[in-house]
Design a protein around this ligand. Sequence first.
Ligand SMILES: C[S@@+](CC[C@H](N)C(=O)[O-])C[C@H]1O[C@@H](n2cnc3c(N)ncnc32)[C@H](O)[C@@H]1O
Length: 290
Amino acid sequence: MLSIEQNPKTIADCLLSGNEKLTAAGIDDPRLDVRLLLAEAISKETSYLFGYPEKVLSNEEIDRFQVMINKRLKREPVSKIIGRKEFWSLNFKVSRDTLDPRPDSETLIEAVLEGVSDTTQPIKILDLGTGTGCLLLALLSEFDAAQGLGIDISDKALAVAKGNATSLGLSSRVSFQAGNWCEGLESGWDIIISNPPYIGLDEKKALAPEVLNYDPDLALFAENNGMRDYQMLIPQAAVILNEGGMLVIEAGQGQADGINALMADAGLVISTPKKDLGGIHRACIGRKSI
Ligand SMILES: C[S@@+](CC[C@H](N)C(=O)[O-])C[C@H]1O[C@@H](n2cnc3c(N)ncnc32)[C@H](O)[C@@H]1O
């Protein structure tokens, strides 16, 4: 039996020791987390770990890994520890000022792609509450001739989004600006997409510490049982949407009917919301009729 708890030396030791610590702390299925953290600590791909389990690591590499494991023990998400998260197969820098991109939000990208058949058109896309820029930049990666604008109330989030646009090679087709939903924006948008804050204040206690303590409140919570920002932005977005344009909004669980009602009140034609992989109505879709 290895005395790895005191003295891990190899890749295999570190994987075992990390798994034991995170399991003991009640973190479910920690193996992927441990692999991602160790790969980051030694600046390799995770596949390297499987190829070289007996590789002896330097003290610096082991120290870096242990610092990361200690952060994970405090329930900091892996994405925040390593500073990036994958979305739509693209790499996004994340920070304490941005919501981590969620796989469920990819449903919005799918909904847009299903609604706009020709991806070569020079369309204009507006993203309200852009955060890391993940929705807008994922769309721009699909629509080669599109231009985009990302709005956020957080300057620090906007700085992260700009960095992501640069690292993804999309900065020539996108700009970002500070704002409060659609205030002051001109009309002329073919696609408006938004994943606004939608968690009701009374749901705070039920959130995992990874979310509550490490995603910004500004990205999470909305008054009126989570409906407040939908109520603000949907009527505004409907006004500046082009005729024939599409508004796609992320819904929290059980919120799709309320969002559809707001879209209908704003004069949009509603489609059936698109479900995420968990079967939840995630992407609400409204079109401005011609
Ligand atoms: C749920 S996060 C979504 C981030 C990103 N679009 C995504 O899907 O991962 C909501 C974003 O809305 C921004 N936000 C909150 N209130 C806003 C407002 N009044 N106007 C513009 N952006 C706002 C937050 O700063 C946050 O970045």
